[in-house]
Design a protein around this ligand. Structure first.
Ligand SMILES: C[S@@+](CC[C@H](N)C(=O)[O-])C[C@H]1O[C@@H](n2cnc3c(N)ncnc32)[C@H](O)[C@@H]1O
Length: 280
């Protein structure tokens, strides 16, 4: 059986430049607006395809070096292509942020947007890393998403996936058990609550301030959402479906999103917090 285009997209996390317009792109200017004046060295954690680094390089001529740390080799390759023109002002490192290695930089700005939930339950390691690396007076600007969760710890994208699995034949009540059996930790559990995160942060970083916005995702078609899901979540959730239903799974996710859009006027909405953090 050959894989469908959307399954291949999920494996390689392709199409993110387009997909991220639905949600993640809004974090970029929000965060860059709060960088210290005349930043010299920026490290972006989970830098994806390099969009935040590019925006920062364009906006801040003072930036001598913009460093990306990212796990996916596909995304590093896309970032390298995007940032080629900036030459020695860019350094990209393949890195696992749950086991971050020392870098020979003392950044006055560290950023991390739409990434932290992937590091659960080891977020503390990147907080300790940031505290060790920040230059005196430097800022760590972090965005975190906080979907409402049910008694099983499911919420946000988990809800859309639940609708899709039900459409493919799973009983609604069986979905939390299916997550557990497949070892898929619900995203609404990974994202933690604000209070829980504040507790994890506290030993390493001080909160100098925060902002909040509501991330509302709307969609024009089922296909658009299936692509957003594949580019954002890859094959994280699709392993919940049996192999012969994988292509159908992405279609069902798109269809579940389209139905929510029709019924609610949006697919999802959730508070996003921008934390302004400093080393103690
Ligand atoms: C939703 S994307 C966000 C990308 C970018 N920061 C943005 O705001 O558009 C999450 C990124 O985190 C990366 N990531 C997830 N887990 C990681 C880990 N353990 N170490 C490094 N990068 C990771 C993914 O590969 C992906 O590029």
């Amino acid at each position: 059986m050959t894989a469908s285009a959307v399954e291949i997209q999920a494996r390689t996390l392709a199409g993110y430049a387009d997909a991220s317009r639905l949600r993640q792109v809004h974090d970029r200017d929000w965060v860059l607006d709060l960088l210290p004046d005349g930043p010299q060295t920026l490290v972006d954690l989970g830098s994806g395809i390099g969009q935040l680094l590019q925006a920062a390089l364009e906006r801040f001529p003072s930036l001598r070096v913009a460093v990306g740390m990212e796990r996916s080799e596909h995304r590093i390759a896309e970032a390298a292509e995007r940032l080629h023109a900036y030459g020695a002002r860019v350094a990209l490192h393949q890195a696992d942020l749950t086991d971050p290695q020392p870098l020979p930089h003392r950044p006055d700005a560290v950023t991390m947007t739409s990434v932290l939930h992937w590091l659960f339950p080891h977020e503390e390691r990147i907080f300790a890393w940031a505290a060790r690396h920040l230059a005196p007076g430097g800022r760590f600007l972090l965005t975190t998403y906080h979907p409402a969760r049910d008694e099983h710890g499911l919420g946000g994208e988990d809800d859309i996936v639940r609708d899709a699995l039900v459409a493919l034949g799973t009983a609604r009540a069986d979905v939390p058990g299916l997550f557990a059996a497949a070892g898929v930790l619900p995203i609404a559990t990974r994202t933690r609550t604000v209070d829980d995160l504040a507790r994890v942060l506290r030993p390493h970083l001080s909160v100098a301030g925060h902002r909040e916005r509501d991330a509302v995702v709307t969609v024009e078609s089922a296909e658009q959402y299936a692509h957003f899901h594949a580019a954002t979540f890859g094959d994280y959730y699709s392993r919940l479906a049996p192999p012969d239903l994988r292509a159908g799974f992405f279609r069902a996710v798109g269809e579940a999103a389209r139905q929510r859009q029709r019924q609610l006027g949006h697919v999802s909405h959730m508070p996003v917090r921008l934390w302004q953090l400093t080393a103690h």
